[in-house]
Ligand binder design. Structure first.
Ligand code: HEC
Ligand code: HEC
Ligand code: HEC
Length: 133
């Protein structure tokens, strides 16, 4: 009986997962590009190759696509639709979305994971994310 319940649960979970998989597109690899109007901070700051699929396996979508992104039930907007302003201190600026200390940002989450010893994601500017082309 117990085994049967397990199988039924597993089938339900699988059905749910495949349902989700077909409902949303989950890009595997992305290149995050600086918006045209945002000045380049330094000559070494190039575009960032982002292993999106890898992150989506270990983190819920909402860890990054915070409520502003999927308000309309499962619509996943690019961050740069809103975070486009130039300037390092703008809360809705391009820079802060990826570097501020909150766990929604790349650097914020990476630092927290290291601090809590959960994982060792990269935090080096040029070796981690802005790799020399
Ligand atoms: C670790 C952070 C993170 C996680 C987790 C994450 N995403 Fe993303 N996602 C991003 C970033 C960053 C972008 C690129 C946005 C940009 O280029 O402005 C993106 C882009 C996308 C895009 C493309 C949007 C477009 O139109 O260009 C889709 C679709 C998407 N994500 C869906 C998902 C789904 C579905 C999940 C969960 C299964 C998920 N994401 C989990 C950070 C994440
Ligand atoms: C529909 C618009 C919209 C989208 C899309 C969006 N954001 Fe945001 N985000 C905002 C707004 C507005 C705020 C400021 C909220 C506030 O003032 O508390 C914000 C705040 C943030 C903050 C905190 C910034 C700070 O300095 O306190 C981070 C980090 C962040 N977003 C990251 C992301 C990432 C990463 C993505 C894409 C995966 C994303 N956002 C997509 C609108 C958006
Ligand atoms: C919610 C937390 C979180 C956010 C947000 C996040 N990451 Fe990560 N990232 C991780 C973790 C955890 C790892 C895996 C570390 C490990 O296994 O050692 C990782 C690994 C990576 C790696 C190394 C991949 C590899 O093959 O070793 C890169 C590059 C990376 N992240 C870039 C980014 C970028 C760019 C963003 C923002 C667009 C981002 N991350 C946002 C948690 C996060």
């Amino acid at each position: 009986m117990k085994k049967f319940v397990c199988i039924v649960t597993a089938t339900a979970v699988l059905a749910l997962l495949s349902g989700l998989a077909s409902a949303y597109e989950v890009p595997k690899e992305l290149v995050i590009k600086r918006p045209e109007k945002t000045p380049q901070q330094s000559s070494w700051v190039g575009s960032v190759k982002f292993p999106h699929g890898f992150h989506a396996v270990y983190n819920p979508c909402k860890a990054c696509h915070h409520e502003e992104s999927d308000r309309s039930l499962g619509q996943f907007l690019p961050c740069t639709q809103c975070h486009i302003k130039p300037g390092l201190d703008e809360p809705t600026g391009f820079f802060r979305a990826f570097h501020n200390s909150s766990p929604t940002s790349c650097l914020g989450c990476h630092k927290q994971k290291r601090l809590t010893k959960q994982a060792m994601p990269p935090i080096s500017c040029t070796r981690g994310c802005h790799k020399k082309q």
